[in-house]
Design a protein around this ligand. Structure first.
Ligand code: ZN
Length: 315
């Protein structure tokens, strides 16, 4: 551990303890809670919740952090990890965690980086074939003052993505407010209500590949970029996107390997982006090709008529 980072970690522990105390919590520092064999940096207690605020060691390993998280939860303790490192460590999205930045000048506040996501509502621009009402989506995570975030965390007003049940289209990856999480769940349930066969296979077929931090683009541009990245990952070769020519493609866009030797085992069509729901014929090849869409609204429009085995992915 470098001296500078040691100093920063110590300062951060003090800031967390002070902020927790100011929000009305009883504080223990550097004490092992009952049942745990490692000391909690800060244990913040209110009458109905006990929350460990733990500053991760620089270069801490993911396995150890996940194991400690599981131990705390088994003992009925909430736990939130904090890191003052300049770059997000690999474990950051996998446990309840916050990356923080020290104030640039004395007297200024610590900031929680890329921390809280807001649920947005936008009018549908998919076109008449899709017939959606509003689209609801998660805005990219925003930085917030650490003390304010901690008060919300300790009061149970924030939910972390890792403790959410899987729902098709769930897209938030950091922290979100309770009311936004409930609003999204209601919205997804409404979208799914018209879908007769929302099978377990369909629920599990929605992996979300997050865009790099801070990236955003127009909906179709974002989807096409995500589709190219998804196809590259799936096939191992660079893929590009073409306009569809065959009837079974239902006006979608074709994702295809950019170069494919004559003896290649790769199929010519890797995936189809956004076939139109009103002309999609699921008795054709369409049912055997992964279909890529950009929102839960599009997902449910297609899911309504697709066979259960059809692979529809939200990117
Ligand atoms: Zn739409």
């Amino acid at each position: 551990m470098t001296t500078a980072l040691t100093h920063l970690s110590r300062a951060l522990t003090g800031v967390l303890a002070d902020a927790a105390r100011e929000s009305g919590h009883r504080i223990d520092t550097n004490t092992a809670p009952a049942g745990l064999e490692w000391p909690a940096d800060v244990l913040a207690a209110s009458p109905n919740r006990h929350t460990i605020l733990q500053v991760a060691q620089p270069a801490a390993n993911s396995e150890a952090i996940r194991a400690q998280t599981a131990q705390a939860l088994q003992h009925g303790l909430d736990i939130v990890w904090f890191t003052p490192e300049a770059h997000a460590p690999p474990w950051l999205p996998r446990v309840p965690a916050v990356r923080v930045t020290a104030p640039a000048r004395p007297g200024e506040e610590w900031t929680a980086q890329a921390a809280v996501q807001r649920l947005t509502a936008d009018a549908c621009t998919c076109g008449p074939a899709w017939g959606h009402g509003a689209h609801r989506a998660w805005a990219p995570p925003e930085p917030v003052p650490l003390a304010a975030m901690l008060a919300d965390l300790l009061a149970g007003r924030l939910v972390h993505a890792t403790v959410q049940p899987e729902l098709p289209g769930r897209r938030f990856t950091a922290w979100a407010r309770n009311q936004d999480v409930r609003a999204e769940a209601d919205h997804l349930r409404t979208l799914a209500a018209d879908t007769r066969d929302l099978t377990d296979a369909a629920k599990s077929s929605t992996p979300y590949i997050p865009l790099p931090e801070g990236r955003s683009a127009a909906p179709l541009g974002r989807l096409l970029e995500a589709a190219r990245r998804w196809a590259r990952h799936k096939t191992g070769v660079v893929c590009h996107i073409e306009t569809a020519s065959a009837d079974w493609m239902a006006g979608g866009l074709v994702v295809t390997p950019s170069s494919r030797p004559p003896d290649s085992a790769l199929p010519p069509v890797t995936a189809l982006v956004r076939p139109l729901p009103h002309i999609a014929d699921w008795t054709s090849e369409l049912s055997t090709i992964p279909v890529l869409v950009g929102s839960p609204e599009e997902y449910f429009s297609l899911r309504r008529t697709a066979p259960a085995a059809a692979q529809i992915l939200i990117l």
